[in-house]
Ligand binder design. Sequence first.
Ligand code: FAD
Ligand code: DLZ
Ligand code: SF4
Length: 504
Amino acid sequence: MISIIPILGDQLSLDLAVLRQCDRATSVVLMAEVAEEAGYVPHHKQKLVLVFSAMRHFAEQLRSTGWTVDYRKLEQGGIGLGAEVQAAVLRHKAGQVVAVQAGEHRVCALQAEWQATCGVPVALLEDDRFLVSRAAFAQWAGSRGRLRMEDFYRWQRQETGILMAGGKPLGGAWNFDQDNRKPLPKGRPTPPAPHFAPDEITREVMAMVEARFPNNFGTLDRFGWPVTRADALATLDTFVGTRLKQFGDYQDAMAEGEATLFHSLLSTSINLGLLNARECIAAAVAALDAGAPLNAVEGFVRQILGWREYVRGVYFLEGSDYVRRNALAATRALPAFYWRGDSGMRCFDAAFEQTRDLAYAHHIQRLMVLGNFALLAGIDPFQVHEWFLLVYADAYEWVEAPNVIGMSQFADGGRLSSKPYAAGGAYINRMSNHCKQCRYDIKQKAGPDACPFGYLYWDFLARNEGPLAKNQRLWRAYDGWRRFTPERQAEIRADAARYLAALD
Ligand code: FAD
Ligand code: DLZ
Ligand code: SF4
């Protein structure tokens, strides 16, 4: 009996559960580029090229390891995954379909219909590339009143023994965050970011994407993402060899002309399946023996073993309506400068420019600049979610939505995170050198030249006093607000009102 194995665009792993379970002799792998997936949001052009090129390269790799692959290019007119699976069952006279559960609610719902539409049994396997299964996360979450990444992370450290010694955290502390908040010193060199020149397959996909998606956001000129496992492994090696040592120190830094600093650039590869999360963690831990400092290694491990697994758990736990949460009732439309990069705020426009040109911004730019601005300005979180889902090469709803709706916009009312990541310009000034080149003046406290992050921060607190003032972690912030004279409070709110009115 022939089995059809549909492999989705973010399941590009040779050790995928379904490939371990099925037999090459009696299986046909189905990979399909379809309009539905290419269009559920108008993805950045680089994301489309990345996914389709990586899919095409993976199909070649599967063939070279003895698998029969039925590959459907977008040019062949595929509308949706369901129709493609159904057609493949008929084409190959298959008796069953075996697949790995999709990574997001929308595609899980499609998979649930396959059995009815195809008329053959459909088996869906757990995606065991994640360290924590959906059921294990639900069990962990079920036993506690509040969800916190820190608790999850400590549990995972204990469960896996990673960075543990004799049942205690290595180095005597669970995290070294206090060491990981340094701005980049002036003149400090940073290693060049890895760049993979597009090969023939990628160039063909680039031409196809330019022709079919000419109006999608972003540019392709600087496309250099890893599209094969070999390129992804090279990115991991380069990171561990040249950037990891400083990863901790400058994890939160931002700087003019520095798109990547010491970040790993691994999210696209891990999310696609070109790299396994476990091997990235293992490579970083092994670097301890080569002299990588614990604050760097722990900082990196925390992102993958902690945050990455945690947000995925929250995503499935919270259900498909999570993206519609709006705990702070924010309703303003996304400003046009999220598409044009002409806000005049240098920190924002710098993050925008690299987002447009590289489909990448590092965590602090996403959280403390692009996301922070939307939070302070009261932008509708669903619009913020859609923007983040389409502008980054590593964006998939399971990881993007908890980061945006939960961490960045606090639209889930604190389910994922204990306080909103709201900050004024002083934070950005401390962690970057953008303010020196900005048209706004970080030192001015009021008026049209004052930094918008300043008065918008206080206005955000004042506007949301109802839902937020009782939050223990915001006590100091509200205390600061209350210490202003009524005249100063009125001045701040007038500046914010003027600025926000101009946005609308
Ligand atoms: P590094 O800084 O080198 O971190 C190492 C790895 O840790 C990353 O490759 C990633 O796999 C993991 N990681 C780090 N932070 C997180 C996190 N908060 N959640 C999950 N994994 C994490 N990440 C995505 O993969 N896709 C997204 O669509 C996405 N959207 C985001 C939106 C917002 C508003 C915020 C605040 C964060 C978002 N993140 C997203 C998380 C994080 O910003 C990116 O994973 C990271 O910037 C990718 O760059 P890097 O590989 O150089 O990461
Ligand atoms: C992101 C993406 C895109 C743009 N296109 C396809 C596609 O044509 N075919 C496919 O199988 N997968 C694609 N993907 C990845 C899927 O959207 C991803 O598998 C789901 O979002 C589940 O996480
Ligand atoms: Fe950003 Fe304000 Fe600094 Fe300008 S002055 S770069 S808007 S923080």
